[in-house]
Design a protein around this ligand. Structure first.
Ligand SMILES: *[C@@H]1O[C@H](CO)[C@@H](O)[C@H](O)[C@H]1NC(C)=O
Ligand SMILES: *[C@@H]1O[C@H](CO)[C@@H](O)[C@H](O)[C@H]1NC(C)=O
Ligand SMILES: *[C@@H]1O[C@H](CO)[C@@H](O)[C@H](O)[C@H]1NC(C)=O
Ligand SMILES: *[C@@H]1O[C@H](CO)[C@@H](O)[C@H](O)[C@H]1NC(C)=O
Ligand SMILES: *[C@@H]1O[C@H](CO)[C@@H](O)[C@H](O)[C@H]1NC(C)=O
Ligand SMILES: *[C@@H]1O[C@H](CO)[C@@H](O)[C@H](O)[C@H]1NC(C)=O
Ligand SMILES: *[C@@H]1O[C@H](CO)[C@@H](O)[C@H](O)[C@H]1NC(C)=O
Ligand SMILES: [Zn+2]
Length: 464
């Protein structure tokens, strides 16, 4: 019981302080929201986890959800698909239609091979999720995810690393851990790693030497998990491990030489095999098209308006007038002296070899569960749901993927449940504290009001 002689000013200020602390607790319970780390191992084909022992992938799968077939977007290349994952849009709608692009409206080029990817105009047909996240007052952090060091619509991620492929995986992980555990933590992190794509191109996916490359990625995932555990983030944040595309085995027996069919001087190749973007010289569209249309049984050639609707790859000025697409495992070159790779991707997105891995693990997700199939465009609305932000118009479907969540939202989700409990406990504490305060102090003061009324009244008025 508070002694009656405590000056009421001090008692009241005490009350407000304790109440303030309780309200902070209540607020943090209310804002207690899932955090997400999105990881991409470039070119990690969906079935690599079955080729060699991958204990860390399987550990994540047993503790989370494994989606077996993810249909990514056409063209199945790096930049288009990484932008789809963070916008939920098909390539024709987000505007990053290839790794190598020419914009006839701007008369400007975009090139991954020349690292000329920083012109924001190429990115600004869409707004990636980190921008929307930050507009909602949250913080994002990105370790080299494509586009995250580009000022898109004037905005960069709250924290980011300028792209530099020589920066080790460990340094990228260290940054993310730092951002997730800082005093003003991020709720959304993105982590990108160049392998196993580069080695897949170089060795071919069927090469036994890919075994150690895949094992190395598994070790890197193990490293990430151990660092998250050490930072007490594992099991607390939601981690999504995915990729942009798979990889197909090529062969010197499966090469289509454009020079055999049409004069090189009649056109320019904007983007390379296996989905070749062709810009004919002025007035040469029909000539080039006619020459290539039935040239080779393993190459399908489309005028832009003929490109199949299911690819959603037509309605954009950066898609060139002619598109020549090779069958799986085939390459299209000028002639055989063009260097060609042992593995490649970019083919029809219906081909299983083009599909990426997908594992989601964390408190928001079901445990030891599998889902047969999803579209890569569905990740974006899922991320927005987890981050509690409103998705921008997109081509994904939250309904198609909500079954990977631990509790189907709409009913009381697991996250909703903990918020409700937090709010309930917080409110209870505030009520109990106020009741005790009123009983022990205010009533006591009121009883002696006839003596002390001037002293009691003033602080109450002031503190209000
Ligand atoms: C496009 O830009 C190039 C230089 O990058 C220039 O040579 C060419 O004339 C420009 N074309 C048009 C149509 O403006
Ligand atoms: C890229 O990273 C490496 C290793 O961290 C560093 O030595 C190099 O200076 C960096 N390059 C640039 C251009 O920042
Ligand atoms: C290449 O074309 C031949 C002839 O049409 C066809 O039989 C074969 O299946 C094609 N290859 C691929 C990988 O589609
Ligand atoms: C292939 O094209 C290159 C130019 O890119 C040329 O120098 C070479 O002679 C060509 N090879 C054949 C076999 O035609
Ligand atoms: C995961 O599920 C499989 C069967 O689907 C079961 O054999 C395995 O023991 C489960 N693992 C865990 C960790 O629950
Ligand atoms: C993927 O999207 C297409 C087109 O919206 C839809 O028909 C298909 O059912 C979706 N696939 C899955 C697995 O949700
Ligand atoms: C994809 O979404 C964008 C944005 O809502 C929309 O403009 C476009 O028509 C959609 N594409 C398809 C094929 O529905
Ligand atoms: Zn890639």
């Amino acid at each position: 019981m508070l002694p009656q002689k405590i000056p009421s000013r001090i008692a009241m200020s005490c009350y407000w302080k304790v109440l303030g602390i309780l309200l902070l607790f209540l607020q943090s319970a209310l804002s207690l929201q899932p955090r997400v780390l999105l990881v991409s191992f470039d070119g990690f084909r969906w079935d690599y986890i079955y080729k060699v022992s991958t204990p860390n992938f399987h550990y994540a799968m047993e503790n989370g959800v494994h989606v077996k077939q993810v249909t990514n977007v056409f063209i199945t290349k790096t930049y288009p698909n990484h932008y789809t994952l963070v916008t939920g849009l098909y390539a024709e709608s987000h505007g990053i239609v290839a790794n190598e692009m020419y914009d006839p409206v701007l008369n400007e080029t975009f090139s991954l091979t020349k690292m000329n990817t920083y012109n924001p105009k190429f990115w600004e047909e869409a707004s990636p999720i980190w921008i929307t996240n930050q507009r909602k007052g949250h913080k994002s952090g990105a370790a080299m995810w494509p586009g995250t060091d580009v000022k898109i619509h004037g905005v960069l991620p709250t924290h980011y690393m300028p792209y530099n492929e020589t920066v080790p995986f460990e340094d990228r992980v260290a940054k993310l851990i730092e951002w997730f555990t800082s005093e003003e933590p991020i709720n959304f992190g993105l982590l990108y790693w160049e392998q196993p794509d580069e080695m897949g191109h170089f060795l071919g996916p069927d090469n036994p030497l890919m075994g150690p490359v895949i094992s190395d990625i598994d070790n890197k995932l193990g490293y990430l998990i151990s660092k998250l555990k050490a930072a007490k983030l594992w099991g607390v944040i939601n981690v999504i491990i995915t990729s942009d595309h798979g990889m197909s085995e090529l062969s010197s027996e499966r090469v289509i030489e454009l020079d055999q069919y049409v004069d090189r001087d009649l056109y320019k190749v904007i983007d390379h095999s296996p989905a070749v973007a062709i810009l004919p010289k002025e007035g040469k569209l029909d000539e080039v098209y006619e020459a290539l249309a039935n040239a080779h049984p393993n190459m399908t050639v489309y005028k832009k308006e003929q490109i199949p609707d299911r690819w959603h790859y037509k309605h954009n000025s950066k898609i060139q007038p002619i598109l020549a697409v090779a069958d799986n495992g085939w390459e299209i070159v000028h002639n055989k002296s063009d260097i060609f790779l042992v593995g490649n991707h970019g083919y029809d997105n219906i081909i299983p070899e083009m599909h990426p891995i997908f594992v989601a693990v964390g408190p928001a997700f079901r445990k030891n569960a599998t889902k047969e199939a999803m579209n890569a465009t569905d990740l974006y609305p899922l991320l927005c749901h987890l981050l509690r932000i409103d998705p921008l118009p997109n081509n994904g479907s939250f309904n198609s993927v909500k079954d990977i969540l631990a509790e189907v939202p709409g009913a009381f989700g697991a996250d909703t449940c903990s918020t409700v409990i937090g709010v309930f406990l917080g409110s209870l504490l505030v009520l109990v504290f106020t009741a005790v305060f009123v009983k022990h102090f205010v009533l006591a003061q009121a009883n002696s009001m006839h003596i002390l009324h001037t002293e009691v009244a003033q602080p109450l008025l002031q503190d209000h």
